[in-house]
Design a protein around this ligand. Sequence first.
Ligand SMILES: [Zn+2]
Length: 275
Amino acid sequence: MVGVPELPEVETVRRMLEPAMRGARFRRVILNRPNLRIPFPEQFVERLRGKTVDAVARRGKYLMVGLSSGETLIMHLGMSGWFHVAATGDRTRDADAHDHVVLVMSSGRTIVFNDPRRFGFMDLAAEGQLTEYPSLRAMGPEPLLPEFNAASLAQKCRGKRVALKVALLDQRLVAGLGNIYASEALHHAALSPLRAASSIATATGKPRAAAERLAAGIKAVLTSAIRRSESPYRSGRFRVYEREGQPCPRPGCDGTIERITQGARSTFYCPTCQR
Ligand SMILES: [Zn+2]
């Protein structure tokens, strides 16, 4: 695995979980430990068992499972979390020491949450409290919806002196981007990760051409990553991520991909065509 799950990987998980969960009841809920990154909520098993799943949604990097009780099960993959879905009773995959949660659904599917590093979490939000949930409250727009565009991006970058790449990791600016797709989107848009975030907007927060290119680049790299989702962590599919020293993939560019550090994270870019 080359990176932490970002929007495309979480969307892939959502699409995998939906047929196993939606319309199904939790028959059994097995916790193999008391916590992940944080403790499971009070009475977690009892609050799930017997409830029906109304919807399996996603917001940024969070999975949101709506329950018949009115509560929402919020799940985050952290650094290394993943779900395995199989027919209940299927033994083709051996149980693993990092299988922390097992959900036996009335759909005939069993869902296992495996997370070696345990930075993932599961929590429950009461009805009506979802919009106030700490990680979701200030979250920016969903990048694949029309509400995210050059105008909304420019408005949020107005006056920001921080480097553009660093700004893109701020979930208040746009939801779901992480280190991989921030680099990928900047290459797609031919924008330097080092330029100030404010440079894509006018002084009054109107979008410049760079904002149009960046909004389009973000949508393009996320959409194509979701499409290639059958192999979510295969590094060969990236434009610049973990490709330092390799030729720039942009047709007509003779640049070489470089790796730099910004905000203690690696950035990959082509200094020749990204300006
Ligand atoms: Zn280039």
